[in-house]
Design a protein around this ligand. Sequence first.
Ligand code: 13P
Ligand code: ZN
Length: 269
Amino acid sequence: MKSILDNRPGLAAEVGQVAEVAGYLWQKGWAERNGGNITVNITEHIDDEIRQMPAITEPRPIGAVLPNLKGCYFYCKGTNRRMRDLARWPMDNGSIIRITDDCAHYEIVADKPVAPTSELPSHLSVHNYLIGKGSPYKASVHTHPIELVALTHSPKYLEKDVATNLLWSMIPETKAFCPRGLGIIPYKMPSSVDLAEATIRELDDYDVVMWEKHGVFAVDTDVMAAFDQIDVLNKSCLIYIAARNMGFEPEGMTQEQMHEMTVAFNLPK
Ligand code: 13P
Ligand code: ZN
C-alpha cells in the first residue's frame, strides 16, 4: 500500500523511532491496552507536495487556540490504539495531522483517518508552548510507568521535589540524564484542557512531569530522548523499591555527592 513515508527517508526515520519507542513502552509493561500516547513535531520533514495534499478528514477542533502551531504537522498515536500494534504498524495506529490556519483545528493528511490520541489538547498545548519559547524539543511522550505511578499514591511524594531528590539520590546517572527532575501535577481528568494547562506550567521547570495517579508526560528533542528521561527515573524508583524489599531504607547519595555531580556534568540545579 502507498504511504506518505515512501521516498521520504527523514520522515520515515522519525516515525520509525516512534514505533521503536512504542515497542519499548509495551515491553516495559507501561502500555496496557491503549495506554499512553506519543506526538512528534515533524514539520521540518514536510515538503511542498505534502503541503498541497488534500486532507482525508474534515477539520476537527483541538479545544484550544494555539497560535504557534500554524502550518505545523505532527505524527500522533491514534486514540484507543495499542502501543504494541503501533510498534509494528505505525501508520495504521497513528496518523499525520496538519494544523489549520485558524490554529484551532486539525485535519488528518495521511495515511489513514486514524483519530489522534484523546490527550491531544495536552500534547499540542505543550508543542505550542515549546515553539513559543524557542525550544529545540520536538517530541512528547505520555506513558504509565508502574513504579512511578505507584509513588504518586503517597502524599509524601507529591510535595515539591521530594520524589525528584529521592530518585536523583539512588544512582548518579539519574541526575545526569534527567537534570531538571520530576514535576508533580495534582490529579486532573485525563484529556482535559485543565490538565493541558497544568502540564505547560510545570514544564517551565521540568522536562518530565507526573500526572498524579495516572502517568508521566515527558518532552525532549526526539522521542528516544524523552523515553530515556522516563526510563532513568523509573530505574531509580526500582532501585528504591529493591532496597526496601531487602528490608532497609536506602541511604541514598549524600547532598555533597549530588552537588559534585551537578558541577562535573554542568547541570542546571
Ligand atoms: P489514547 O488511547 O486516547 O491515546 O489514551 C491513552 C491514555 O493513556 C490516556 O491518558
Ligand atoms: Zn494515560
